[in-house]
Ligand binder design. Structure first.
Ligand code: GAP
Length: 428
């Protein structure tokens, strides 16, 4: 994890937030390369979960919502962790991370009894700060989907089974953020609420299994090594009281197996809570069957940052002479880097520029002319660029370039005319 954290900073993926002021725990900034990777992670999810399907539509709801939402959803009452403080060293811990009555940091037996700590960030709306102005930064994107359920079903003319997807920022006042971007206080979620008729129950369970399979396959399709991903089914007391089934997709992180994505069959709990909380009728009326019901929901919920961390960790390889990120081409920040062999030969620089500009409308490219070619390969390998294209003296005469493959390091001469087609085929 330290190596990935260092590489992420060195190459412009991820920096600690407000570092010049000493940083702030649990918040991270994405740099010029990281922002491209993050966009690609979001885009891959949106493309596969929304765009390529007939049965899913998207929304983008507000971060600030009526506080009544959080009352109805149960977050005001139940969205908490138990925490303990050490009276000696003043460190704070999650109660479930304490194995003995000693402080894990200073070793003294001076821990307070566990206390409830609500993880929602509270703020206030308007000029007056009192109980009536209290508002919360959303701790999940899901509730925006539930409260808009009826409007979305009507305007998109959908009937269950259908899904509503959303990507957006969420905030949780985690007691112990850490493990780089694994557990942050500000992060992004990609959530799908897939609404199904509540009866027959077997259909809901079938959709649940379908989504567990679909979400697992998504990581594998994007290159994650199967031996590092597994499914963990919840049962008995671990299952929320309203949940009919829950499965986590876990990843073998450097600190052990941990949750990557959760898929939950939440029954009709969420919509029923909002019917009770708002007094509004959120039932779905099926014009064909003349049936009226509150749909059940299957929820695959994934953190953008956590997925990105997995893609980075999984792609990372240290070889004898280089460090390389074998990122899937869909995720790679740049698909192709173009290098003029030398910087002081205007014809070569001009040709490299024109090669890069011709590729630019079709794929994310970068022109890299600093340092020698070896250093440039090294740099592009470290940020996972699948192809390096070098323009040299021969290119001027033969109108071709050398294309180097990131993973095999194999090099091939390709004519400039054919370059776009060649790269597009390899990247597909
Ligand atoms: N709506 C359901 C929900 O929010 P969750 O298990 O609390 O469920 C879903 O969160 C996903 O969000 C997790 O599987 C993880 O990928 C991501 N996530 C949760 N807490 C996080 C944190 N503090 N930092 C980064 N990602 C987090």
């Amino acid at each position: 994890m330290d190596e990935i954290t260092a590489l992420a900073k060195r190459r412009g993926f991820i920096f600690p937030s407000s570092e010049i002021y000493g940083g702030i725990n649990g918040a991270w900034d994405y740099g010029p390369v990281g922002v491209e990777l993050k966009r690609n992670v979001r885009q891959a999810w949106w493309r596969d979960v929304v765009e390529l399907r007939d049965d899913v539509v998207g929304v983008d709801t507000a971060i600030l919502m009526s506080p009544d939402v959080w009352k109805a959803s149960g977050h005001l009452e139940h969205f908490y962790d138990m925490m303990v403080d050490c009276r000696t060293c003043k460190k704070r811990f999650r109660a479930d991370q304490i194995a003995t009555d000693r402080c894990p940091s200073c070793g003294n037996q001076t821990l307070t009894p566990p206390r409830v700590f609500n993880m929602m960030f509270r703020t206030s709306i308007g000029a007056m700060e009192d109980a009536s102005s209290a508002a919360y930064l959303r701790p999940e994107t899901a509730q925006g989907i539930f409260v808009d359920f009826k409007l979305v079903a009507q305007t998109a003319r959908r009937k269950p089974p259908f899904g509503v997807a959303q990507i957006g920022k969420v905030f949780r006042n985690e007691i112990t953020p850490g493990n780089f971007i694994f557990r942050s206080r500000e992060f992004e979620q990609m959530e799908l609420e897939y609404f199904v008729p509540p009866q027959p129950e077997s259909e809901g369970l079938r959709w649940f299994s379908y989504w567990v399979g679909e979400r697992y396959d998504w990581f594998i399709r994007l290159g994650v090594q199967p031996e590092r991903v597994r499914r963990r089914e919840y049962s008995g007391a671990d299952l929320a009281h309203y949940s009919k089934a829950t499965t986590d997709i876990e990843y073998d992180f450097p600190f052990g197996w941990g949750e990557l994505e959760g898929i939950a069959h939440r029954g009709s709990y969420d919509l029923e809570q909002h019917v009770a909380g708002s007094g509004k009728d959120l039932a779905f009326f099926d014009e064909e069957s003349k049936e009226k019901y509150i749909p059940a929901v299957i929820e695959p919920s994934l953190g953008v940052d956590r997925a990105l961390l997995v893609f980075l960790l999984d792609a990372y390889e240290r070889e004898d002479d280089r460090t390389v990120l074998h990122l899937h081409p869909r995720l790679a920040p740049y698909k192709c880097a173009v290098f003029p062999l030398v910087r002081n030969k205007p014809d070569i620089v001009a040709l490299a520029q024109s090669v890069e500009r011709a590729l630019r409308p079709h794929m994310r490219t970068v022109l890299d002319d600093s340092g020698n070619v070896g250093k440039r390969y090294y740099r592009q390998d470290e940020i996972g660029t699948p192809f390096g294209v070098t323009v040299d003296y021969e290119s001027l005469e033969r109108q071709d370039v050398t294309v180097r493959d990131r993973d095999t390091k194999a090099q091939e001469r390709v004519s400039i005319d054919r370059l776009r087609e060649y790269l597009s085929e390899k990247l597909a």
